[in-house]
Design a protein around this ligand. Structure first.
Ligand SMILES: [Zn+2]
Ligand SMILES: [Zn+2]
Length: 125
């Protein structure tokens, strides 16, 4: 079932493995397996780390950017509830790009929104 090798390119800054192929509306990579499809990062986890047998366990990213990242070092297992809590926590600590920590040095509040200085300096990258 997991005999297919995913194609990806490595993003140098983040070491993300950016999946090359179809993506769903949410931006996650999708892989076709026979008649069904599965999420690329979930596929990659199971190929590298073993099949997930427990029901209700999700594979989630440890960063908030690059949802099509399939680097298993950037992935972890959790329940849906844990994942939702993590996403909330992550978005509080990291900027929208998911690359920079919103600490006192790298961020400031403007119009009730926390602004990432690094993203701002990079011209929105
Ligand atoms: Zn990544
Ligand atoms: Zn940023």
């Amino acid at each position: 079932m997991f005999n297919k090798d995913l194609e990806y390119e490595i993003e140098e800054d983040t070491q993300c493995h950016l999946f090359i192929g179809a993506k769903n509306k949410a931006g996650y990579g999708v892989v076709r397996l026979g008649n069904s499809t599965t999420l690329a990062h979930r596929y990659q986890w199971q190929k590298r780390r073993g099949v997930i047998e427990q029901p209700g366990i999700e594979v989630c990213h440890t960063h908030s950017g690059n949802r099509h990242c399939v680097n298993v070092d950037h992935l972890k297992l959790g329940t849906h509830a844990q994942n939702m809590a993590d996403i909330k926590e992550h978005s509080r600590v990291y900027c929208d790009a998911g690359l920079h920590q919103l600490d006192a040095i790298n961020s400031f509040v403007w119009n009730n929104k926390r602004i990432c200085k690094a993203c701002r300096a990079g011209g929105g990258g």
